[in-house]
Design a protein around this ligand. Structure first.
Ligand code: SAM
Length: 250
């Protein structure tokens, strides 16, 4: 049976590529990669040879047609991105949607995901969280989006790059206030892995003081707003029922 495998790759440490991922990458008829040169280097490390095509933002519709065609011919295809799990702030969503709609099997080969790794060591509440991906580069747009999350009681998770980490932290401080607890997870699984928690003011001051801490890839996690008293006593579902009942009262 032809399958589209969605395969997670390492986020820094090559040893995180799973044995199953290696096996499947070596067995498919075609690898659809976000960047064929980048994935080519990964495959070379594991002596995997397979035909590759690129699938990125700008050619995904076209490539979807081609991949549907391959699957119809009975060939299996692997989707990988440059790092971590495809579709998580990475290409693949239109492809997976179309392949499922066409009735083909889509199967995950799970592995690294930067925000899951960061959340698992953050010490912030992990029972409820919102993954928000990358924030806009313009301060006004960024702060407008952050504003929407100010009263949200679950942990908030953002991706950030070297270029914008300081600006983003500054926006977060401005919108959430200096006292809000947060965690910055930098360069996970790599040599300079750093996980630092504190209030937004302390984190920004610390990072401003050390240019080395501004380099690399980041996950920023912000503790949710404290829940109101009623929310602490009853769960979300019960709260909805209570609110509904309250409407019925004279
Ligand atoms: N698909 C990936 C995943 O599963 O996490 C994310 C891809 S996204 C284009 C890249 C962003 O993920 C980076 O800018 C950074 O925010 C985060 N990221 C990736 N690798 C990371 C790492 N080793 N440490 C911290 N953050 C990382």
């Amino acid at each position: 049976e032809p399958v589209l495998y969605v395969i997670a790759t390492p986020i820094g440490n090559l040893n995180d590529l799973s044995p199953r991922a290696i096996k499947v990458l070596g067995s498919v008829d075609l690898i659809a990669a976000e960047d064929t040169r980048h994935t080519g280097r990964l495959l070379a490390q594991f002596s995997i040879k397979a035909p590759m095509i690129s699938v990125h933002e700008h050619n995904e519709t076209q490539r979807t047609e081609l991949i549907l065609h391959k699957l119809a011919e009975g060939q299996s295809v692997a989707l990988v991105s440059d790092a971590g799990t495809p579709l998580i702030s990475d290409p693949g969503y239109p492809l997976v949607r179309a392949v499922r709609a066409a009735g083909f099997k889509v199967s995950p080969i799970p592995g690294c995901c930067a925000f899951v790794a960061a959340l698992s060591v953050s010490g912030l509440p992990s029972d409820r969280f919102m993954f928000c991906g990358f924030l806009p580069s313009k301060a006004s747009a960024r702060e407008r989006i952050l504003q929407e999350w100010v009263g949200f009681t679950a942990t908030l998770i953002f991706y950030e790059s070297t270029h914008r980490i300081l600006d983003s932290l500054a926006s977060m401080l401005k919108v959430f206030g200096p006292e809000r607890e947060a965690v910055v997870a930098r360069e996970l699984t790599k040599t300079f892995e750093t996980i630092r928690g504190g209030c937004l003011q302390d984190l920004l001051t610390w990072m401003q003081a050390d240019p080395n801490q501004q380099k690399g890839e980041f996950v920023v996690l912000i503790q949710g707003a404290p829940s109101t008293e009623v929310e602490q006593l009853v769960d979300e579902h019960s709260l909805k029922i209570l609110q509904r009942l309250a409407q019925e009262l004279p």
